[in-house]
Design a protein around this ligand. Sequence first.
Ligand code: ADP
Ligand code: MG
Length: 253
Amino acid sequence: PARGEPLLDVAAARKEFGGLVAVRDMDFRIAAGEIVGLLGPNGAGKSTMFNLISGVLDATSGEIRFRGERIDQLPSREILARGIGRTFQHVRLIPEMSVLENVAIGAHSRLQVGIGAAMLRLDREAEARLRHEAARQIERVGLAEDMHRPAGSLSLGQQRIVEIARALATDPLLLLLDEPAAGLRHLEKQALAEVLDRLRGEGMSVLIVEHDMDFVMNLVDRLVVMEFGQKLAEGLPLEIQNNPAVLEAYLGG
Ligand code: ADP
Ligand code: MG
């Protein structure tokens, strides 16, 4: 898709857990080549919103469209195949496996073969292709030197970037990143922001959940702020920074 073209359209998305409304009539859009930040206090519904988009959870009501087609009824594997990749709030790398092998798992899930069948049943040629694709993504995020190290031996900041490489190996048009900067030191956050900025330069679209205002302010094109499952505000970083409702609800809380 060309830069600026509509990519994701979330309309009146709602998710209830029993009596709790975790996401309440959320509306927002993401265009191709845009980095959008999803901001909000703990429990606001950000991860639930991600899970609705990626198909980990089914919406109670509402519609989610990707490139004009409804995806809200599709299984997560199909949503992945259509071009939405994601990372999770907590690191999910296999620490004993190498960076390359961890990223190869991402490349593999694109081939739509059950993970159980994974490495075992692959012939040599298929495995070589996976490794080649994984290496390409690792180079893309600047971790080529660490490719053969166990993932668990890397710093937390590097592990987060490995997770992004693994998501990239599914060949997404839109990346969903759930708090990738949480717990990182300042320099690690800078390194992460550089990777994301470079991906945007290549035309990638990103929806990034974040807690740290300063980190997103300098990175994103637009912000959507949630509180109590609802959209509280939406706008440019500077607009959000000066929005009284956001200041009260988010920064005051
Ligand atoms: P955030 O990511 O913004 O911190 P979440 O989306 O994780 O918020 O959670 C939003 C609300 O939904 C919270 O009150 C949380 O306790 C609740 N919630 C999230 N997932 C579930 C679930 N699987 N079952 C029941 N309640 C949930
Ligand atoms: Mg969360």
